[in-house]
Ligand binder design. Structure first.
Ligand code: SAH
Ligand code: SF4
Ligand code: F3S
Length: 463
C-alpha cells in the first residue's frame, strides 16, 4: 500500500482517458483513490491549454495545494498534460513546490518520476512520442463505457490551434491492437466505446499510406456484445463517403457525428488553414443526412478569429442556419503561443467578440430546440448514465444520437439499456417515459403518433 491519490482533469476526452491511464498506473503501484486533496498523498493536475484561461486556473489551483502542502509536506503535487508540455520550466519557476512535472509524451513515466521525487523535484518533458503508448493500464470511470485511443497527435496546422505543438505528430495505433483492446473491454462488460483521435479520419495514413478509418469501424462492428461505437473528432477535409457508408451500414456505429466547422466564412476558413470551403463542408453535411436518417450533427465554432469582419461573422450565422446542428460547442477566439493566428493582425476587442458570441449562441439554442422537438413522439433506445444531476428521483440516459434524456426509471443500473418514449424537448435535453428495459435495441428510433411540445424557456435544467 503506497497511499492515496486524486486526479483533477481539465480539457478534452484525450485528457480524460490519459487520467484513467495515470489512475491505472498509480493503482498498479498500490495507490487508492480519494475525493479530497486534504486526504491525498498524491494530487495530479492533468491540464489543458487550448484556451488562455487555463493558465490562470492552474496557478490558482496550485496555490491552493501549496497551502495544504505547507501542513502536510509529504503530499506530492504532480502537473501533467498539455499545459505542462507547453509551459515546461515555467511551472518549476512559478511553483517550485511542485514535485513532478511530466508532459504529454511520457505519461508512462509517472511511477518512476514519483519515486525520483523522493530525492527532489522530478521534471521531465520530452519533445515527441516514439511509439504509440498502448501498454499503459487504465482504471475506467465507467463500467459500461470506455475511451479507446486510435491515434495520438495531429498533422494539421489549423492556425488557431496549439494541439500539434503540445501533442506532436500523428501516430496511429495498429488496428489489431485496437480490436484486441475493444474485445477485452467487451469481455469486461463494456457495451459502448468512443474512439479517440484529433483527426480520426486520417487514422492509418502513417501505417500504410492510406486512411483506414472506415475499415476500422467495420472491423469493430463485428465484435459481439459491443452495442455502440462513437468517435471524435473527424476533420471535415478528410471526411469521405467510405466513412459515411460504414456509419450507415454498421449496426453498432451511432447516428451522431461531431464535425467541427469553426467558421462559415471562406476567407476566415482560409486564414484558419482548415482546407475546406463553406460549400464543401455543407455538401458533406448533406451527404451525411442523405445516408443516415435521423443522424445528429454537432460542431465546434470559433467566434472572433483575428480580422473577423461583421460580414464574415454573418457568414457563420448563415451557415449555422443552413446546417441546423443538433448542438454546437461555441468558443471565443483565444490567442495561443506557438500558433500562427496569434501573430496575425486584427485581434478584435473583447466586447465585439462577446456581442457576436451572444448572437450565435441565441441562434444555435433555437435550432437545438427545434432539432430536439423532432424526437418528441419517438421511442428511443437509451443507455442509463445514472441519476439526473438536477433531480435525484429521475435518471439520465443518452440516445444513440447522443442526446440526454431525463426519465423516471426505478432501480435501473448505470449501463442498463431501456426504451423511452420522448414526451418533451428542451434546448439541451429531452424528457421521456420508460416503456421497457433490457430489450434488444432497435437500430433506429421508432416513430409513434404521440406529439407533445416541450419548452426551451421554462425548464430549470435549460436555464
Ligand atoms: N482535433 C479537434 C479539435 C480539438 S480542439 C478537431 O479538429 O476537431 C477543440 C476545439 O477547441 C476546436 O474545434 C476549436 O473549436 C476550439 N479551439 C481550438 N483552439 C482554439 C483557440 N485558440 N481559441 C478558441 N477556441 C479554440
Ligand atoms: Fe487542432 Fe486542427 Fe489538429 Fe484539430 S485538426 S487538433 S483543430 S490543428
Ligand atoms: Fe485536449 Fe486541451 Fe490538450 S483540448 S489535446 S487537453 S490542449
Amino acid at each position: 500500500m503506497n497511499g492515496t491519490y486524486l486526479i483533477r482533469t481539465y480539457g478534452c476526452q484525450m485528457n480524460e482517458h490519459d487520467s484513467e491511464r495515470m489512475a491505472g498506473m498509480l493503482e498498479a503501484e498500490g495507490y487508492s483513490p480519494v475525493d479530497e486533496p486534504e486526504e491525498a498523498n498524491v494530487v495530479v493536475f492533468n491540464t489543458c491549454c487550448i484556451r488562455e484561461n487555463a493558465d490562470n486556473r492552474l496557478y490558482g489551483n496550485l496555490g491552493h495545494m501549496k497551502a495544504i502542502k505547507d501542513h502536510r509536506p509529504e503530499m506530492k503535487i504532480v502537473v501533467g498534460g498539455c499545459l505542462a508540455q507547453k509551459d515546461r520550466s515555467a511551472i518549476q519557476q512559478r511553483a517550485p513546490y511542485v514535485d513532478v512535472v511530466l508532459g504529454t509524451h511520457n505519461l508512462g513515466s509517472l511511477p518512476r518520476l514519483l519515486r525520483e521525487s523522493n530525492e527532489g523535484p522530478a521534471f521531465e518533458i520530452l519533445e515527441q512520442t516514439e511509439t504509440f503508448p498502448s501498454a499503459l493500464p487504465a482504471r475506467r470511470n465507467s463500467v459500461w463505457h470506455a475511451w479507446v485511443s486510435i491515434s495520438i497527435g495531429c498533422n494539421n496546422s489549423c492556425t488557431f490551434c496549439i494541439v500539434p505543438a503540445v501533442r506532436g505528430a500523428e501516430i496511429s495505433r495498429r488496428p489489431g491492437e485496437i480490436a484486441q483492446e475493444v474485445q477485452d473491454l467487451v469481455d469486461d462488460g463494456v457495451i459502448e466505446v468512443t474512439l479517440l483521435g484529433q483527426n480520426v479520419n486520417s487514422y492509418g495514413r502513417d501505417l500504410d499510406g492510406t486512411p483506414q478509418f472506415s475499415r476500422l469501424l467495420r472491423m469493430l462492428d463485428t465484435i459481439d456484445g459491443l452495442e455502440r461505437i462513437r468517435f471524435t473528432s473527424p476533420h471535415p477535409k478528410d471526411f469521405r463517403m467510405d466513412t459515411v457508408e460504414a456509419m450507415a451500414q454498421c449496426r453498432a456505429v451511432c447516428e451522431h457525428i461531431h464535425l467541427p466547422v469553426q467558421s462559415g466564412s471562406d476567407s476566415v476558413l482560409r486564414r484558419m488553414k482548415r482546407a475546406y470551403s463553406r460549400t464543401k463542408y455543407l455538401q458533406k453535411v448533406d451527404m451525411i443526412r442523405a445516408a443516415i436518417p435521423d443522424v445528429a450533427i454537432t460542431t465546434d465554432i470559433i467566434v472572433g478569429f483575428p480580422g473577423e469582419t461583421e460580414q464574415e461573422f454573418q457568414d457563420t450565422l448563415s451557415l449555422v442556419g443552413q446546417a441546423r446542428y443538433d448542438a454546437a460547442y461555441m468558443f471565443q477566439y483565444s490567442p495561443r503561443p506557438m500558433t500562427a493566428a496569434a501573430e496575425m493582425g486584427g485581434h478584435l476587442p473583447k466586447e465585439i467578440v462577446q456581442e457576436r458570441f451572444g448572437r450565435l449562441v441565441a441562434l444555435q439554442e433555437d435550432i437545438s430546440f427545434e432539432r430536439n422537438l423532432r424526437a418528441v413522439g419517438r421511442v428511443e433506445e437509451i443507455v442509463v448514465e445514472g441519476a439526473s444531476k438536477r433531480d435525484a428521483d429521475r435518471l439520465t440516459g443518452r440516445t444513440r444520437t447522443n442526446k440526454l434524456v431525463h426519465f423516471e426509471g426505478d432501480g435501473l443500473d448505470e449501463g442498463a439499456r431501456a426504451g423511452v418514449s420522448i414526451v418533451a424537448a428542451h434546448r439541451h435535453h429531452l424528457d421521456g417515459n420508460l416503456i421497457g428495459t433490457g430489450a434488444k435495441p432497435a437500430r433506429r428510433s421508432l416513430s409513434l403518433p404521440l406529439v407533445t411540445t416541450g419548452s426551451p424557456a421554462g425548464c430549470a435544467s435549460c436555464n
